[in-house]
Ligand binder design. Structure first.
Ligand SMILES: C[S@@+](CC[C@H](N)C(=O)[O-])C[C@H]1O[C@@H](n2cnc3c(N)ncnc32)[C@H](O)[C@@H]1O
Length: 396
C-alpha cells in the first residue's frame, strides 16, 4: 500500500474510533441476555473501559438500570481527549479540585449505589450531571491517560466481572486478547471482518467467543461527532448526526437463547430439488483445494451430510454449538489445516489466471476456497455435531 493510501486508511480508522453507540442498541442487546437468564448481571461488577460517562450511552444505560439489573458496581473509564467531552464539557467543573480551565482528562468513575431517580435516568449530559450530583460515586483522575491497556485500567479490569463497551475498532485484536487473558465475561461491539482475524477466529472455533443477539446482517447506526461530514441522517430525538456501519456486530462470551435455537434444514436431495441457488445442479460444488462442499447460504446446509461444509461467515448468526462444530476457515494460510487438499505453487496460480483470462497474470489462490479457478471468499468450515468428534475428544 502506498503511504498516501495507508494514511487515508489510518485516518478512516481513527474516525471510526469516534463512533458512539446508541442507547437503544445497548438496551436491545443487553436485555436479550436477561430473557435467557434474568440474573446475567446480578451482583456483577460491570466495567465500561472505553467510556466517558458524559458521552457514553453504556454508562447511561447501566447507571439508569443499575438497580433493575442488580449490579454490584459500575465502573467506567475514559481516555483523555474525547471529542464530545472536549467540546461540550468543562472537566474542571466536573472534577474535584477544579477551578481553573483544564484539558479534558481521563477519569475513572465508580458507582456502587443508585438512588431512585425521578424516572428519567441519565440520558443526556444534563441528566448525567444531575445523576452524579444525586448519587454517591468515586471519581479519580487516571494519571496514565485511560488507555484500556494501562496498568491503572487493567487493575480495574481485574476487579470487574463483565466488560461491556464499543472499543476502538482499530485496537480490536488487542482488546480481545486482554479480555481473554484476564478471563473476563464481555459484551462488546466490533467489526464483522474481525471474525476471520487470525487472533480472533481461534476463539470462535473454540467456543470462547460468539456473536451477540442482535442480528448480524442489519449493521448499526452510530452517533458521530458534530464535525462529521459524511453522515446518514440526524436523529430527530437527540439531534445527533448518525452514520451507518454495515459491518458491525456484537461479540460476547455470555450465553444467550438465540445460540441454542436449532436451524431447521432440508436434506441434500430436497435442497437440490427446491433451493433456487442450487437449481440445475445434480450435486453441491466441492472445493478444488479443500475436502468440503460449498454451501453459499446457511439455508442450503443439508441436514443429512456428514462431511465438512464451507459456509459464509453470516452463518455465525445462526450458529448453534449443540448442532454444529466449527472446524476451520478457508481464509487461513495455515498449511496444517487438516481439510486442505492442495497448496497452489506460484506457477499454478499463473496458469489458473491464464486459463481464466487468456493472458499472463496471477490469481492468489491459497487464502480462500477455490472452485474451477475461482476464489470463494469468506467461508468457515463446519460440520454437524452428531458426526463430529468434539475438540476435547480429538485432543485426548
Ligand atoms: C468507537 S468509540 C466508542 C465510545 C463508546 N464506548 C460508545 O460506544 O459510545 C471508542 C472510544 O474509545 C476511546 N479510545 C480510543 N483509544 C482508546 C484506548 N486505547 N483505551 C481506551 N479508550 C480508547 C475513544 O476516545 C472513543 O471514545
Amino acid at each position: 500500500m502506498t503511504s498516501a493510501a495507508s494514511r487515508l486508511t489510518a485516518a478512516r480508522t481513527a474516525k471510526r474510533d469516534e463512533f458512539y453507540t446508541q442507547y437503544i442498541d445497548i438496551q436491545k442487546e443487553v436485555e436479550a441476555y436477561l430473557e435467557f437468564d434474568p440474573n446475567t448481571f446480578r451482583n456483577k461488577v460491570v466495567y465500561c473501559n472505553c467510556d466517558d460517562p458524559f458521552e457514553s450511552n453504556f454508562f447511561k444505560y447501566f447507571a439508569t438500570n443499575f438497580n433493575r439489573l442488580g449490579l454490584r458496581k459500575l465502573i467506567t473509564t475514559s481516555c483523555g481527549g474525547s471529542s464530545i467531552a472536549g467540546a461540550q464539557l468543562s472537566f474542571s467543573e466536573y472534577l474535584e479540585g477544579g477551578g481553573k480551565p483544564q484539558e479534558p482528562n481521563a477519569v475513572a468513575l465508580e458507582i456502587e449505589e443508585v438512588n431512585d431517580l425521578n424516572g428519567d435516568g441519565a440520558r443526556d449530559i444534563e441528566d448525567v450531571r444531575f445523576f452524579l450530583q444525586q448519587n454517591p460515586h468515586k471519581r479519580t483522575r487516571l494519571l496514565q491517560g485511560g488507555d484500556f491497556r494501562s496498568e491503572e485500567c487493567v487493575n480495574l479490569l481485574k476487579l470487574s466481572d463483565i466488560v461491556v463497551t464499543n472499543p476502538p475498532f482499530s485496537l480490536f485484536s488487542e482488546y480481545i486478547a486482554l479480555l481473554t487473558e484476564h478471563e473476563k465475561k464481555f459484551l462488546i461491539i466490533g467489526n464483522t471482518n474481525a471474525i476471520t482475524y487470525q487472533d480472533v477466529f481461534p476463539h470462535i472455533m473454540a467456543n470462547r467467543l460468539w456473536l451477540g443477539c442482535t442480528n448480524f446482517n442489519v449493521g448499526m447506526f452510530f452517533e458521530v461527532p458534530d464535525n462529521w461530514e459524511k453522515f446518514h441522517h440526524i436523529n430527530e430525538q437527540t439531534g445527533k448526526k448518525m452514520a451507518r456501519v454495515s459491518t458491525s456486530c456484537w461479540y460476547t462470551n455470555i450465553d444467550h437463547g438465540r445460540r441454542h435455537r436449532p436451524l431447521s434444514l432440508m436434506t441434500m436431495a430436497d435442497n437440490l430439488r427446491y433451493s433456487s441457488g442450487l437449481r440445475g445442479k445434480s450435486a453441491y460444488d466441492k472445493y478444488d483445494n479443500y475436502d468440503a462442499i460449498e454451501v453459499s447460504t446457511y439455508k442450503e446446509i443439508p441436514s443429512d451430510y456428514d462431511g465438512v461444509m464451507g459456509v459464509p461467515v453470516t452463518f455465525l448468526d445462526k450458529y448453534n454449538p449443540d448442532q454444529f462444530e466449527i472446524v476451520g476457515t478457508l481464509e487461513s494460510s495455515d498449511p496444517n489445516n487438516p481439510y486442505r487438499t492442495r497448496w497452489y505453487s506460484a506457477q499454478d496460480q499463473k496458469d489458473a489466471y491464464f486459463r481464466r483470462f487468456g493472458k499472463p497474470g496471477n490469481i492468489p489462490l491459497n487464502m480462500s476456497g477455490v472452485i474451477n479457478d475461482v476464489k470463494v471468499y469468506k467461508r468457515i468450515l463446519i460440520r454437524h455435531r452428531r458426526t463430529a468428534k468434539s475438540s476435547e475428544e480429538l485432543n485426548n
